[in-house]
Write a protein that binds this ligand. Structure first.
Ligand code: SAM
Ligand code: SF4
Length: 371
């Protein structure tokens, strides 16, 4: 253990493991200076659910299995993936250890994300591994849908429960302009196949852009008329890689919400374990329209998640200033050590992000950790 290591609860954390502009001792000093109670001893925390310093229950893990992506979405990777794909992504045995640890501390739902998760050849094995972990109730994945048609049956057989597909437009030319791929017609066909042949719950994600918002909303309303699908707008989030486009295209969530409420759509009653997304339903429509509005007040109050990167770093908030390396636990199959380390993070999970101050922390683009 090096001399810079810091003791938090029962977890020894090396400052060298935290690659962050904020040195570890600063982070932990501020945690110590706050009035948040220190974690209790490991003998009493085992199997306790993760609850952070703001009484938020963390039952949802978003796991990135690669930061590589084949698409060039203009708001995310406008110039495509830069450099060589890393060769040290988490292995299936490491993922098995990770999920066992998270399941022990109350995680019920795991979302596989990226980059583009479907480019991993072992994605089916990863879905299976997560699904078979006792305590995990829901396995979800977020994908650009490029490989949907080819792999749908295998994903379903492996136990995938939910799939979120990113589809920013119903217009083929706009889709091409936004992603660099001319695959919208195939994607629409593949999503209908999913609806007709599987019980995988489908949601569609679309980044809210000023230029396309209204046309997209009209198309989405048509689309969900007879389909059991939620089409969700995500407010465009600023990162250091997309500032110019952000200032040109950012639109407020009210643009959509005002239209919906004026046309008979009602916010859906949300469960206590639901995250910050709000869904609107209408008696004449089978599907729903959703809104994820990270710039809205109190968005972070209902945060229920932790994120782990494809290199085994925990991100306590999407837009945090640093992250925390848990890979040693994963490499050695140390579930107990992982459980203790996860508990030790609870007092320092940030209350909210700082996007309003144009501060996206270390998140240059969302392919790093998957949104
Ligand atoms: N490649 C997969 C996909 O596109 O679905 C998973 C990773 S992607 C980073 C996850 C989600 O983040 C997508 O729905 C994408 O639209 C969204 N996203 C990416 N950059 C964003 C940004 N700057 N603002 C809002 N949403 C963003
Ligand atoms: Fe790739 Fe998803 Fe980012 Fe698009 S949003 S570039 S598909 S990671």
């Amino acid at each position: 253990m090096n001399d810079d290591s810091t003791k938090i609860g029962n977890a020894q954390i090396d400052s060298a493991q935290i690659y962050s502009p904020t040195p570890a001792h600063t982070i932990f000093d501020s945690y110590r200076a706050s009035s948040v109670a220190a974690p209790v001893a490991s003998t009493t925390i085992d199997h306790q659910p993760l609850t952070d310093g703001f009484s938020r229950r963390l039952t949802y893990l978003r796991l990135s299995i690669t930061d590589f992506c084949n698409f060039r979405c203009e708001y995310c990777l406008p110039n495509g993936y830069q450099g060589k794909r890393p060769d040290d992504e988490l292995s299936v045995p490491e993922i098995a250890t990770l999920i066992r640890g998270f399941a022990q501390v109350g995680t019920k739902k795991v979302r596989i994300t990226g980059g583009e998760p479907s480019i991993r050849r072992d994605v089916v094995e990863i879905i299976q591994t997560i699904k078979q972990t006792p305590g995990i109730e829901t396995v979800a994945m977020t994908s650009n849908g490029y490989k949907l048609g080819k792999h749908l049956a295998k994903w379903q057989a492996a136990g995938l429960n939910q799939l979120n597909i990113s589809m920013d437009s119903f217009d083929a030319d706009t889709f091409y302009k936004m992603t660099g791929f001319n695959t919208l017609p195939q994607l629409l066909t593949d999503m209908d196949t999913l609806l007709q042949t599987t019980d995988i719950k489908l949601k569609i994600n679309s980044v809210l852009m000023a230029e396309t918002a209204f046309e997209n909303l009209m198309d989405a309303i048509d689309y969900v008329k007879d389909r059991p699908v939620t089409y969700r707008f995500i407010e465009f989030m600023q990162t250091s890689d997309n500032s110019d486009l952000f200032f040109a295209q950012h639109a407020h969530s009210d643009t959509i919400i005002d239209y919906l409420t004026e046309h008979g759509w009602q916010p859906h009653v949300r469960g206590s374990s639901d995250g910050p997304a709000v869904e609107y339903s209408h008696p004449d429509y089978v599907g729903r329209i959703g809104m994820i509005a990270p710039y809205a007040a109190h968005f972070c109050d209902t945060c229920n998640r932790l994120r782990v990167s494809s290199q085994g770093k925990v991100h306590l908030c999407l837009f945090d200033q640093g992250n925390y390396d848990i890979r040693q636990h994963l490499q050695t199959g140390d579930v107990q050590g992982l459980v203790e380390t996860l508990h030790s993070f609870m007092p320092i999970k940030p209350e909210h992000h700082h996007l309003h101050e144009s501060n996206s922390g270390i998140m240059h683009n969302l392919s790093i950790i998957g949104g």
